[in-house]
Design a protein around this ligand. Sequence first.
Ligand code: ADP
Ligand code: MG
Length: 659
Amino acid sequence: MLKDIKGVGPKTLSLLNKLGIYTVEDLVDYFPFRYNTIAPTRLEEGEVVITGIIETMPMTTYIKRNLNKLSFRIETDEQLVNVTIFNRAFMKNNLRRGMTVTVLGEYDEKRNTITANNIMLKEITDTYIEPVYHVTSGITSKLVGNLVKNALDTNPTITDYIPEHLVEKYDYPDKNSATRLIHNPEDLSSMDRAIERSKYEELFRFMFKINYLKSCRTEVDGLFRDTSEEKVDDFINSLSFNLTPDQTSAIRDIVRDLKSSKRMNRLLLGDVGSGKTIVAVASVYYNAMSGYQSALLVPTEILATQHYFNIAELFKKFGLRVELLKGKTSKKEREVILGDLANGEIDLLIGTHAVLEDDVVFKNLGLVITDEQHRFGVNQRSTFQNKGTLSDVLYMSATPIPRTYALTIYGDMEISIIKTKPSGRKEVKTELAKTKEIKSILSKMLEEIKLGHEVYVVCPLIEPDEESTTMDAVTMKDKLDKAFNGKVPIGLLHGRMKPDEKEKAMLDFKEGKTRVLVSTTVIEVGVDVPNATMMVIFNAERFGLASMHQLRGRIGRNSLESTCILVSDKNAERLKVLCNSSDGFYISEEDFKMRGEGDLFGVRQSGDMVFKMANLKTDIKLLTVANVDSSEFIALNRENDFEDYPEYARIIDELGHID
Ligand code: ADP
Ligand code: MG
């Protein structure tokens, strides 16, 4: 257990939890996000890295509360130098005369003194590689490195997910030593193999899930429907607008799938605002005309409510009944809904994944649709499939992803893509700004607010981090309260709030009770606040282009002119792509070219779509290999239920549950 590892006390434990580390496996898989290389330099004015022998007894001076100084002298190859370091009085016990240390810091030639920011108890003769981890206040990269080492020392056998014959085939190092190397690199060449191994392991596990689901699906036949495909035209003709050609062909794909005897498992990909909902609704219509019920699953209750009102309106003239199931739905109401659902009187049930709970029983569920698929993980894919044993499944996602990758990652699905948006859509004007222009940004915000509009403000972090070079939502809200003298009601929304607090923050903003919403990227995907006309994204360089494109899709939802301001002090060529294009697929391809996989998978919420080591752009070959290997592995071990591979039996078990 994590708490049993040397160095993990209650405080460290809670800090580790904060980083998403709950188990020993999480810890050893908590890979560095980059490596610093440190090389010895000559003793010259400015930044130096120098090795020497301690010449004098280190001395501590307490200057005032919270400030102390440790000083000593070292002898380098060239000369005697003074070293001082602040607030490291505790290091005194580790330093003795005659010890060799490496000092990193700033050399002042006149005072012949290095003001150190780090002292390492070792000699650096050659380039030294130091792993750097994402950390949170109270925990350092070094501590993480040490904890991983302690964990590996006491747990020599961590599960290796690569089947042995494949480890042999590719001549990979064993898991323990590979993991050690990644966390405590010695030289770059041995690390390469270790890194490749862990990438392959990740990709193999991932492709195993996909291919396993795929292999399950070929075994079952779907529901019987003999309603003419043209029947769906009645619904299409009732709309107040014409469908785009892509929408029409997506509907054709789906209706054909529904009619065929094979079970549907289709992904509908389309940019924000491309009009996926109506495609889903047309499918529900065809399904209802064939005598079956449908379920529409969405990630949040706000989104569920919004869909409910829109769809109920569209279905009114056809006498189709739509109901909404929320966590808050009263017991009595819930009973009525569940009763009518079981009688087959409800045609479409909308809700969050509460809709999949065991007591929600349909009379004849024929179609399950999930909106914003990227919010749900691969593990949940099979749950959707299992609810109605033979139901067809449609996934919708606004995360644009190049087709070749989609074919692998969504290898267990068929894909329809909506490329062009409905015409007449206003583009969001996107411009760049620097932090020093904050006054003019604030006055632009105020202008919008005075016009009765609303403004989103997005920050990369929730709370200040150690280095505090990055804007966080909590600080930003305070700053804005001050800047507007408390006269503008400002809301706050972030991932660490409770679900009902989040919903309230979103609703207050939607209803105009708050006029500015400061948030992280958690702004509800798909939620409509038509009155919001401006979005300011701080530290824009910290976001992927595709996720900023998704974010700005929250504005420009009516006929008003909308503006998105990307604030960044970095000279980010990348950001210009957003100013010049509103095509999500193009943007994601560009992001892909520039940053590797970037945030191809959108807001990175569905845990299992996030790779710790692998990079889908550069590792596409490895992905292809893992794809083939995992299929073979499944074919060989399916018969005996992965008897020899308990870790995979467990993965399959988990595939059936909502986490
Ligand atoms: P998304 O793909 O992001 O889920 P929606 O389905 O919410 O997009 O559609 C966005 C808006 O566009 C909705 O208000 C919808 O009614 C409208 N819309 C969809 N299709 C068309 C169309 N063919 N012509 C005009 N408006 C459309
Ligand atoms: Mg949508």
